[in-house]
Design a protein around this ligand. Structure first.
Ligand SMILES: CC(=O)N[C@H]1[C@@H](OP(=O)(O)OP(=O)(O)OC[C@H]2O[C@@H](n3ccc(=O)[nH]c3=O)[C@H](O)[C@@H]2O)O[C@H](CO)[C@@H](O)[C@@H]1O[C@H](C)C(=O)N[C@@H](C)C(=O)N[C@H](CCC(=O)O)C(=O)O
Ligand SMILES: Nc1ncnc2c1ncn2[C@@H]1O[C@H](COP(=O)(O)OP(=O)(O)OP(=O)(O)O)[C@@H](O)[C@H]1O
Ligand SMILES: N[C@H](CCC[C@H](N)C(=O)O)C(=O)O
Ligand SMILES: [Mg+2]
Length: 488
């Protein structure tokens, strides 16, 4: 693509300088190849404007910047906000790939990964080619790529959607984080359905207040339904039981479909029964009742199943087909995943890393446990500090034996994090504290009797423990399995 042609996407820029062929766009100098337009992003850690030399050395033929640069070797285009411009240019450069497939976005504090996997599973059961973008990986059909972010930057995303278009993906299902919404990572994505799971405390290091966090989530719904050039109907699929739902509904111009348990909803669940092996409930939709017996455990997974059924229904999948598919799903990796190494007591690895999810998962276990609940939990470093005392309090109150430990301390001192967790626990409470996560898991396993249930919370599918700037291999499932073997 010619630079002048590309710059027409930024009409206020009026670029009429030297024209060159642009064969790629990059915001990371390390990925530049000859012919690239290099976009300078002023980041949280470093300033991309400082990498212009590196980019040109690697063959960049033009630079997009938001600060004046003393650069004469290649054309420099200055815009007010390179991040915003990047999203607009990325959509145009890759010829708007999101318009070539159905697009489903899932946002909310908890349940995004689970709901996207449920939707993917249902769509695959009706032979769709699917794409998936989220916390665990990016996936096209069966091909998996690892990823740094739940929702990557706009350029990475549009490039990914272009690859999906090449693979004839029918529907892309993606998690949209609140960070992504605020940072414009999904600008230019043309969604057909946006799903809201729930809003509870997390990420207050980034959003500062719950109100700000809610506004961030509502941005997804604000960008849905306004594009009347596309003749596809747009749907907002909303959890009617969540206090923040009204804000999401107000923000959108799309059709609204609700799901829930407590308040009236388009897709309503009643008669929920939970066991250690699965959940049954009745789904009510348009005066009909559908009994469902799924392998996912917990009330919160009833919400996730309803969200997936409602979403696939508005995308044309018959209800009975979606139900059958959801019933066949064994689970999502690292979410209420059972570790079995011949022991008598269930060991559950779960990704609960927020107060609400931890409380939900502990309450779910208390619905079926015969003996005690033993819970191993830590809180991430360089993340919302205010959730630490709350999570510890929940663990100590809701589990019979709470073992507080480390979970990706990152640049923080692990003991400081543990102390901040302990601040939420009353002085007379009884709990254990073990900074080494491996030892904490062994303690839990040593403590367990036949009727007990162990919950190892916070890391789920993760296969690492980040201490300082070093990423060590660490997998709760492997460590638990070894700990069980050590018993014998
Ligand atoms: C706080 C935050 O969002 N950081 C994101 C941000 O990083 P940053 O601002 O620190 O980037 P930087 O290192 O300062 O670099 C600035 C610019 O210089 C460029 N650069 C840098 C070095 C170099 O040699 N050459 C070069 O060109 C970089 O490519 C970049 O364009 O931009 C990066 C590229 O897009 C992201 O990967 C990174 O996410 C980091 C890894 C992260 O941990 N983010 C978390 C907070 C996050 O976004 N989480 C959400 C929610 C998760 C969930 O709850 O599910 C997510 O969607 O992942
Ligand atoms: N609908 C829900 N409501 C509350 N808690 C949930 C819900 N679904 C899952 N959880 C809990 O939250 C944990 C994380 O679930 P999941 O990975 O699906 O959420 P997520 O929104 O993708 O999280 P992240 O923001 O880290 O990507 C699960 O392991 C479970 O404990
Ligand atoms: N997406 C979440 C993951 C947290 C997982 C937990 N293990 C941690 O490291 O805090 C976050 O970045 O806040
Ligand atoms: Mg996720």
């Amino acid at each position: 693509m010619k630079l002048i042609e590309l710059m027409k996407q930024l009409p206020l820029t009026n670029y009429e300088g030297q024209d060159v062929d642009i064969t790629d766009m990059q915001q990371d100098s390390r990925l530049v190849t000859p012919g690239t337009l290099f976009i300078c992003i002023d980041g949280y850690t470093v300033d991309g404007h400082d990498y212009v030399d590196k980019a040109i050395e690697r063959g960049a033929v033009a630079i997009l910047a938001q600060k004046p640069l003393a650069e004469t070797r290649v054309p420099v285009i200055i815009v007010e906000d390179t991040n915003r411009a990047m999203a607009i240019l990325a959509g145009a450069f890759f010829n708007h790939p999101t318009q070539a497939m159905k697009m489903i976005a899932v946002t909310g504090t908890n349940g995004k990964t689970t709901v996207t996997h449920l939707i993917e599973h249902v769509l695959r059961s009706v032979n769709q080619v699917t794409g998936l973008v989220g916390t665990m990986y990016q996936k096209i059909g069966d091909t998996i790529q690892t990823t740094k972010n739940t929702t990557p930057d706009s350029l990475t995303l549009q490039r990914l959607f272009a690859s999906m278009r090449e693979e004839y993906v029918d529907t892309a299902v993606m998690e949209v984080s609140s960070h992504a919404l605020v940072l414009g990572r999904v600008h230019g994505c043309d969604y057909d359905v946006a799903v809201f799971t729930n809003l509870t405390q997390d990420h207050l290091d980034f959003h500062k207040t719950m109100d700000e966090y809610a506004v961030a989530k509502s941005l997804l719904f604000a960008q849905l339904g306004n594009d009347y050039r596309s003749n596809r109907p747009k749907f907002a699929v909303i959890n009617s039981d969540d206090a923040a739902s009204e804000r999401m509904i107000t923000a959108t111009a799309a059709h609204v479909v609700t799901y829930g348990i407590r308040k009236p909803a388009t897709f309503q669940a009643t008669d929920i029964a939970i066991s250690g092996k699965g959940t049954t409930f009745n789904l009510h939709f348009q005066a009909k009742t559908y009994p469902i017996a799924m392998q996912l455990v917990g009330n919160f997974n009833v919400y996730n199943a309803l969200a997936a059924i409602a979403t696939t229904y508005v995308q044309g999948v018959p209800l009975e087909t979606a139900i059958k598919s959801i019933e066949s799903l064994k689970g999502v990796a690292g979410r209420f995943e059972l570790v079995s190494a011949g022991q008598a007591f269930p060991v559950i690895v779960d990704y609960a890393h927020t107060p609400d999810s931890l409380e939900n998962v502990l309450e779910t276990i208390s619905d079926f446990v015969k003996g005690r609940i033993i819970c191993v939990v830590g809180c991430g470093g360089d993340r919302d500090r205010t959730k630490r005392p709350i999570m510890a309090k929940i663990a100590v109150q809701k589990a019979d034996v709470a073992i507080l430990t480390s979970d990706n301390p990152r640049s923080e001192d692990p003991m400081t994090i543990l102390n901040q967790m302990e601040a939420g626990v009353s002085a007379e409470a009884v709990y254990l504290k073990e900074i080494n996560r491996e030892k904490a898991i062994q303690l839990a396993v040593n403590e367990a009797k036949d009727d007990d249930v162990i919950l190892i919370a916070g890391k789920g599918h993760e296969t690492y423990q980040i201490i300082g700037s070093v990423t060590h291999h660490f997998d709760d499932r492997e460590v638990a399995e070894q700990a069980i073997k050590n018993l014998k």
